[in-house]
Design a protein. Structure first.
Length: 67
């Protein structure tokens, strides 16, 4: 099964976002600005673990400009 590429509704119009889709049992992620560029591929379990961490705010410190 392959779904259409989707991106978060919070993405801006300049393409500063990533897109995701389900493809062949994996979740693929690409840069919206470089649609013909590289694609990261994750198992569903890996992507679910990342989503769980994002929902739990485990990565929020990465947005801190002071590093």
């Amino acid at each position: 099964m392959t779904t259409s590429w989707i991106k978060a509704s919070a993405s801006n119009q300049q393409g500063a976002c990533v897109e995701m889709r389900a493809h062949g049992g994996l979740v693929e992620v690409r840069d919206t600005k470089d649609r013909s560029g590289p694609v990261l591929r994750f198992t569903r379990a890996e992507f679910a673990a990342w989503l769980d961490g994002a929902r739990g705010r485990e990565f929020d410190h990465l947005l801190d400009p002071s590093g």
